[in-house]
Design a protein around this ligand. Structure first.
Ligand code: ADP
Ligand code: MG
Length: 469
């Protein structure tokens, strides 16, 4: 039989859990406290002082009540920070981030956590010289050149953003290659995932000093896909300190992201305000003429220069990202190689028939608006208005969410297109529907004289099907 005080403690813990409720228990007690009876005194082991202060100020009455019920009277209470709980709490906090880290090059990190692996950084073909400049990326290119030759002199940081496959990573590596031709200039390029990865590994293995020394002493620090830091508060904090080391000393941080700094969710305001204080430049999809020139340059790089008629055809048929252009080109060249024929306009057309069929074409906003408005029996001007009628609100929110999911438009673009709204309205709708889907929530709306109910997930799925048809 368990000794009496153990049984009493078990019963005290159960009553306390009931008294504070499962949510608060999970946040403040579970894994962070340890209850013991020392003679006539209750000792509560805690993970840190912050928790003991919080327990004292918020749960003292609960504790007094359950002690009276368990022991017949309230006992004196002592709080003690317990090293094992402290470690566990810290480890728990880091676990979410570490999970992401361990998926990513665990071996390289174990070998030398303070250094990035060349494979993560070395892209020999991504140079500024072979970057094709057009109206979609002219500013970004000019800023990249200036960053490599006079880092931190005119702006800090440089923040490039834009959809997938539009050349952000290419420009970042281009900066790095150019910077490396300048003796004495120290630079590094890594992904935000790599930064998180290395930071957490160094933290765990006691090599934080090496990590900080490595990144804070550079002249140019280039970090790709910075939106990966969303929700990772420990790494954001570290990055903030890294960032501040670069301020105003002729050194530069260059960042790239799929969204504008203000549109990345779950990033500390302190970071956002620093980023927007620098030079923020958007890269957009290439126009027809730039597409043609990119194709021409890529074909030459691949050793298969193409005729003007073929280039014009591909530039016309493939209107997405540069990555898609590259895919189309590879396909055409592979076709010609397999059929052992030269690349003619007809062959390119044949190759692309298939290509266009397998590459999902991006949906445009009017297709989405059309499907949503007809489904909810509202009009586009209802959606563009700010009317709060339930039916219209749902249709408007769904339109925003689907626009975000099915196009590569930014929150601001969508807000503007849907009646000149603020981008935070679109952000809020996306967050709300993310929660609705996650929680399996059902939504109800009017369908003629009757009402219809559907889970948020099924509703979005159904509308996507309609849009695709
Ligand atoms: P992002 O990082 O924006 O997703 P990348 O930089 O990885 O896009 O570019 C995708 C591909 O397109 C790469 O192979 C890159 O070399 C190429 N690319 C993008 N923009 C250009 C450009 N303006 N000139 C030449 N190649 C480009
Ligand atoms: Mg990229």
């Amino acid at each position: 039989m368990a000794p009496l005080h153990e049984t009493q403690i078990a019963s005290l813990v159960t009553s306390l859990r009931d008294a504070v409720g499962p949510e608060r228990w999970r946040i403040w007690f579970e894994g962070a406290t340890d209850f013991r009876l020392d003679g006539e005194e209750l000792t509560i082991g805690v993970a840190n002082l912050f928790i003991s202060d919080h327990l004292r100020s918020h749960f003292a009455d609960h504790l007094t009540g359950v002690m009276a019920a368990t022991f017949g009277r309230p006992l004196p209470v002592t709080y003690r920070v317990q090293p094992d709980l402290f470690q566990k709490r810290r480890a728990d906090n880091l676990d979410g981030e570490a999970e992401a880290m361990e998926r990513f090059e665990p071996k390289a990190c174990a070998a030398d956590p303070a250094n990035e692996r060349p494979a993560d950084t070395y892209r020999p073909l991504f140079t500024l010289d072979n970057f094709v400049v057009g109206s979609c990326n002219r500013m970004a290119y000019a800023a990249a050149k200036s960053a490599a030759t006079a880092p931190g002199e005119d702006f800090h940081p440089l923040f490039l953003h834009g959809g997938c496959g539009l050349g952000k990573t290419h420009l970042l590596h281009g900066i790095l290659h150019a910077a490396r031709t300048r003796p004495g200039l120290r630079s590094a390029c890594l992904s935000a995932e790599g930064f998180t990865n290395r930071y957490l590994t160094c933290l765990r293995t006691g090599r934080l000093d090496a990590f900080r020394h490595r990144y804070r002493s550079l002249d140019i620090l280039v970090i790709d896909d910075i939106h990966f830091l969303a929700g990772k508060s420990a790494t954001q904090e570290e990055f903030l300190h890294t960032f501040d080391e670069f301020d105003g000393r002729g050194r530069l941080i260059v960042l790239a992201s799929d969204s504008h700094p203000r549109e990345i969710e779950a990033i500390q305001n302190r970071l956002i305000s620093r980023w927007v204080a620098g030079l923020v430049i958007r890269i957009s999809r290439p126009d027809a003429e730039t597409r043609r020139r990119i194709l021409e340059a890529k074909a030459v790089q691949m050793g298969r220069p193409l005729g003007a008629d073929v280039l014009a055809l591909v530039a016309d048929r493939v209107q997405g990202s540069v990555r898609e252009l590259e895919g189309a080109l590879t396909r055409i060249i592979a076709y010609a190689a397999l059929l052992k024929t030269p690349v003619t306009r007809e062959l390119a057309r044949q190759a692309l028939l298939d290509f266009v069929a397998v590459t999902p074409t991006r949906t445009n906003l009017s297709e989405i608006e059309q499907a949503v408005t007809s489904f909810f029996a509202v009009t586009p001007s209802d959606i563009h208005s700010s009317r709060k009628l339930h039916q219209i609100s749902i249709a408007r929110q769904v339109c925003m969410v689907l626009s975000r999911q099915l196009t590569d438009l930014s929150y601001s673009d969508i807000a503007r297109a849907l009646g000149n709204k603020n981008h935070t309205t679109v952000l809020a709708a996306c967050r709300k529907w993310h929660e609705l889907v996650k929680n399996g929530t059902e939504v109800t709306w009017a369908d003629g004289a009757s009402r219809r109910t559907m889970s948020a997930e099924a509703l979005l799925g159904h509308l996507k099907e309609r849009i695709r048809c």
